[in-house]
Design a protein around this ligand. Structure first.
Ligand code: FE2
Ligand code: FE2
Length: 394
């Protein structure tokens, strides 16, 4: 009998498009801000969609009809702020042109007055010019989706944003430090500096395709940021070397998996992250490192993650090679699976996305800096402030 992967998941098919229309609003009174309830850690994702068009709100209800979403809608900015003060949301979809407070004013209020710095805010707009992007960035927005709304792409963005939100909310101080160190390690190793953010996004797209649980998505989210944290222990001249590594250098480079896994052991309830960090360079035929694991002995999520990691590494400029065009990346990856180096079933699923829906793999953010860095900085700053206050008391 053929060797079977015990962890194989069911595939989820992408959804069709949804049309759109416009309409006018109604005004509401300014709300009183109350304490926010405890953060949810499981499905459904709590989405708040704010739009003064009743037609647009109906479209949102259609898009988020599945059980995995708990959609609230608001007719305007004041309504939205009231809801945000009463309930915790994973993602805010915010129309820009509204009567009363417009989307930018609502966003600024949420960031500055309500100090909700982590909540992903996705603007919904029919056109996105340079001015609008500038303004959206200056008030603390994260992303745009463009009207008319494409259901698959909206769900994809919202899922990724919701996971990122929950991941950031779960981080404790130790994890914040690890994340900061990981970003430092990335800065040494990557020429573009946003490899982790792209991985985070693509892991979510792949997770959609594979029908992975939220826990698995969060694990992949951690791994996206932390997988190469062990490179902090690899000398810079080795990381920066543009020619082939000699035997000793290569031995040191390979140690990043083991060292990284040791670093990450402090993450609570997340043993699978440690597995991904340790095993993301194993190969299906047993020729990888550090342990030479073979086939399904390589943990499932490590096999999932490494496919995304390879795709991104080949698709972008690195210190030691220039970006390959997409068709070449796909050919090389398909060949690796054919030659027994990668899990062929997983590779097939991923390459289906890369061939049929490559746009889904592109992280479309308006921010010049990777947003997770921005948010991490905001969280670290607020943690420091809280720490300072405690110090002042003592
Ligand atoms: Fe690595
Ligand atoms: Fe990587």
């Amino acid at each position: 009998m053929k060797n079977q992967d015990p962890n194989k998941k069911t595939e989820v098919q992408p959804d069709p498009q949804v049309p759109i229309a416009q309409e006018r609003p109604s005004q509401v009174e300014a709300p009183e801000v109350k304490a926010v309830e405890t953060v949810a850690t499981e499905l459904p994702y709590r989405i708040l969609a704010v739009d003064d068009s009743s037609m647009q709100r109906k479209i949102m209800q259609k898009i988020f009809a599945a059980d995995m979403y708990d959609l609230s809608v608001a007719e305007g900015g004041e309504d939205a702020i009231k809801l945000l003060s009463e309930k915790n949301f994973d993602v805010l979809l915010l129309d820009i042109e509204m009567e009363g407070m417009n989307g930018f004013e609502v966003c600024r209020y949420i960031r500055d007055e309500m100090t909700q710095v982590i909540l992903p805010i996705i603007f919904v707009s029919s056109h996105v010019g340079k001015d609008i992007i500038q303004q959206a960035l200056s008030v603390g927005g994260d992303e745009f989706v463009i009207k008319p709304l494409d259901k698959a792409s909206v769900l994809n963005r919202v899922n990724a944003a919701a996971i990122e939100n929950r991941l950031l909310e779960r981080l404790d101080n130790t994890e914040l430090v690890l994340f900061s160190v990981a970003h430092m390690a990335e800065a040494f190793d990557e020429s573009s500096g946003d490899h982790c953010d792209r991985l985070f996004h693509m892991c979510n797209v792949f997770a959609d395709k594979l029908g992975l649980s939220e826990e698995d998505r969060i694990t992949l989210g951690y791994a996206s940021v932390l997988h190469d944290i062990g490179k902090i222990a690899v000398p810079n001249h080795i990381l920066a070397k543009q020619t082939h590594l000699n035997e000793e250098e290569w031995r040191m480079m390979k140690r990043h998996t083991v060292i990284g896994a040791e670093f990450a052991k402090s993450i609570k309830n997340c043993g699978s992250v440690v597995d991904i960090i340790r095993y993301h360079h194993e190969k299906f035929d047993g020729t990888g490192y550090p342990d030479g694991l073979k086939g399904y002995a390589i943990p499932y999520l490590a096999r999932v993650f490494q496919i995304v990691d390879i795709y991104d590494s080949m698709s972008n400029n690195r210190i030691y090679n220039d970006a390959f065009p997409r068709d070449r990346v796909i050919t090389v990856m398909a060949k690796e699976a054919q030659n027994g180096l990668r899990d062929s079933q997983l590779m097939h699923s991923f390459l289906e996305i890369a061939c049929k829906n490559p746009d889904l793999l592109v992280r479309k953010t308006m921010a010049p800096e990777p947003m997770s860095n921005y948010k991490l900085k905001a969280i670290i700053d607020s943690t420091m402030k809280a720490g300072n206050k405690e110090l002042m008391k003592s």
